[in-house]
Design a protein around this ligand. Structure first.
Ligand SMILES: NC(=O)c1ccc[n+]([C@@H]2O[C@H](COP(=O)([O-])OP(=O)(O)OC[C@H]3O[C@@H](n4cnc5c(N)ncnc54)[C@H](O)[C@@H]3O)[C@@H](O)[C@H]2O)c1
Ligand SMILES: [Zn+2]
Length: 354
């Protein structure tokens, strides 16, 4: 599938052909595979062995999890690349979930002022969302994704067969972003996902491939029309202003997709309070998320004041007021002219969080 200047390949079993595909879209003298401690043992050795037919190979293994999507890890991987003799003629291969994809993408964006990256997503969330669109970056003590760069991949290679080893909690978290795609752009897709969520969680290949294809189609259409997020791309942030705040305040104890689920319900309530969304929109979203086993409320031990304060650190905060991408109804986001986001007073958010 076309995502602007690059192609997203989704073929079951594609991992057996990753190396030749990587070499054809981003030939290089050296290939630096970035992966993590959960993914590497399953898939990195085979990829390294087959890539060795096309150039030098080094493998860089991160500790798993959001807590390591940091500048420290970026510095460590960058130093390892230099020590491995990587120069400008290097292709970075991101083999992992969204954390590896964002981190390795940021390494590629900055190494020697930019080398190609091929995204090989291994979580549902990364296949349907994070690997497409060119956003890369790291978290800081102040908040999520606050340092980063746009750096589009040379290609995205997704093999849904690798999801067999993905724990179900992470599959469920990935579903949250798929639901988001339906809510922002395609009510029929949302309804079909609601019906197939159980099959996807159980590992059904055809239901999973269908969701990956439909989600990527939506995400690719949005990002290829607005790569730098001046307008329409903001709709992809639905659920993320409060979601990122909750993720940050929880100390990353909750998964990204879980926080997005909670954020979507809360932000839909904000939209209803403002009269932007049709009444009942948030209840519909909540019902679907609950049926899929996703959380819909912030954990009780998180303070609403802390969550509200964390929204101010979001990149979507402008001139002191935080901006939200809000739904009008299922499948349609509020355009607000061509802004695709709406400044919301803290009082409204406070009321929803109460
Ligand atoms: N760049 C973007 O546009 C974008 C979009 C959405 C999310 N994100 C980012 O993505 C991140 C979340 O990504 P994620 O949910 O993939 O998390 P993740 O990368 O932490 O992966 C989840 C867990 O699954 C493990 N894992 C991954 N693939 C596996 C496999 N095939 N088998 C067994 N274990 C496997 C990982 O080691 C990790 O423990 C967040 O940092 C979020 O900000 C980025
Ligand atoms: Zn997200």
């Amino acid at each position: 599938m076309d995502a602007g200047s690059y192609t997203v390949y989704m073929e079951p079993g594609l991992r057996h052909r990753f190396a030749s595909r990587i070499a054809s879209v981003a030939a290089a003298h050296r290939f630096a595979i970035v992966t993590d401690e959960h993914v590497g043992p399953h898939y990195a050795d085979a990829l390294a062995a087959s890539l060795a037919e096309h150039g030098g190979v080094s493998v860089h293994v991160l500790p798993p999890g959001e807590a390591f999507k940091t500048r420290d890890t970026w510095a460590k991987v960058t130093d390892e690349l230099l020590a491995a003799g990587c120069g400008r003629d290097t292709t970075v291969v991101a083999l992992g979930g969204g954390v590896v994809g964002d981190l390795a993408g940021f390494v590629a964006a900055t190494f020697m002022r930019g080398v190609p990256v091929v995204q090989c997503p291994t979580t549902l969330l990364a296949m349907i969302d994070a690997s497409v669109g060119g956003k890369t970056g790291v978290d800081t003590a102040s908040g999520k994704n606050l340092v980063g760069a746009f750096h589009e991949p040379a290609a995205v290679l997704a093999d849904i067969e690798v999801l067999r080893t993905l724990p179900v909690a992470h599959r469920r978290a990935g579903l949250a972003e798929a639901f988001k795609h339906g809510i922002i752009a395609d009510a029929a897709y949302l309804a079909s996902l609601d019906a197939s969520a159980g099959s996807i969680l159980a590992g059904d290949a055809s239901a999973t491939l269908d969701a990956v294809a439909r989600s990527v189609k939506i995400k690719a259409a949005v990002v290829s029309s607005d790569a730098r997020e001046h307008g329409l791309r903001k709709t992809l942030n639905f659920g993320h202003t409060l979601g990122h705040a909750i993720e940050h305040v929880s100390g990353y104890a909750l998964l990204h997709g879980e926080c997005v689920a909670i954020g979507m319900v809360l932000e839909a309530r904000v939209a209803e309070r403002l009269g932007v969304a049709a009444e009942g929109t948030s209840d519909t979203i909540e019902g679907i998320l609950l049926r899929a086993g996703l959380p819909v409320r912030p954990p009780r031990d998180l303070s609403s004041a802390d969550i509200l304060a964390a929204t101010r650190l979001d990149k979507k905060a402008r001139g002191g007021t935080v901006e939200y991408a809000l739904p009008e109804r299922i499948g349609v986001m509020a355009a607000n002219g061509h802004a695709w986001s709406i400044a919301v007073d803290d009082a409204v958010v406070r009321a929803v969080l109460a």
